[in-house]
Design a protein around this ligand. Sequence first.
Ligand code: ZN
Length: 389
Amino acid sequence: MTGNSFHIGRIFGINVRIDWSWLLIFFLITWNLAAGFGVLHPEWGAGMTLLLAVIASLLFFASVLAHELAHSVMARAQNVPVRDIVLFMFGGVSNIERDPPSPRAEFLITIVGPLTSLIIGVVLLFVANTALNPIVDPQNPESAVAQLGPVASVLGWLGSINVMLAVFNLIPGFPLDGGRVLRSILWAVTGNLRRATRWAAYVGQAIAWLMIVAGVALIFGLPLPLLGRGVVGGLWLIFIGWFLNNASAASYQRVVIQDLLQGVPVSRLMRIDPPTVPADITVESLVHDYVMRRDDYAFPVMDGDQLVGLVTMDDVRSVERASWPVSRVRDIMRPVADLVMVGPEEDAAEALNKLLMRDVRQLPVVHNGRLIGLLRRNDLVKWMQLQGE
Ligand SMILES: [Zn+2]
């Protein structure tokens, strides 16, 4: 998901990124709110209405961020590193680099998110309600909302959406927060993270399918309590269900993979003595003497016996054919300072995290400053295939 996102800043030392899909939802929420305010308060005028809608959307964004920050800060307090927070179409996600060390840690990291949303929601609703009380007409409570001033309207909306956010996240389908809470409990009971994840993921997929079925029912005109009615609501529900289903399956797969690689040192899976190339040969020579002669996709680049970089077929592709005889490997390689590397004793599960996070296909394996191997994605895949999953 980081591929389509851009960085907007750092809070408490955690990078915050926004996915492009989030802009779409920001626009939809603002538009929807402006339309709603416009119907209730024609006296506000178009400019004021739009401004309020934008402010409300931005505050909504801030409250989603607060929810994610709660997860991230608690994760770090539990010694689990956090890579970044990405805000996207369905809210936010804290990219926590590995599974929490214990059921207790997982429970704490998870529960603080919905709790934050709930507290924000209840406080805002309380404030909005205080503003509402003097003018509420018990015969016609609906009309009271229309009498709310701009500030109370925004706070009231924000309060209820935060409560909804807390409730939605507590749906017990992994990887939603509720599913993680469920997993932490199953984990504590069974003492087996993989089994706990599998069950929590099954529940997640079951709930996802229920959402899809409910969405279809809505589209065919069946009104459902709490879920509303209509084609748009139905499509939205199907969409969320589909997303949750994929996320459940992917999270489970990730845990299986972690499990297969845990405790296996990199040195056992890496390619030993990978073919290397000298830094000063031309790209022409690289292609004809190395790339075409072997099956390898990437070559560590050496200056004497010193590793100075890594060159891949993609790097070659970025050079025009005409400059192959004059460009040197040194000019097109990725220099050693930009490379992610692993040690031979490192855990293969950690190495896989590095591969995925940097989106590279191989990692040079370095011991005491010397290149001793190359760990490729394919090597990890081969190892996992041998174990039949
Ligand atoms: Zn959460």
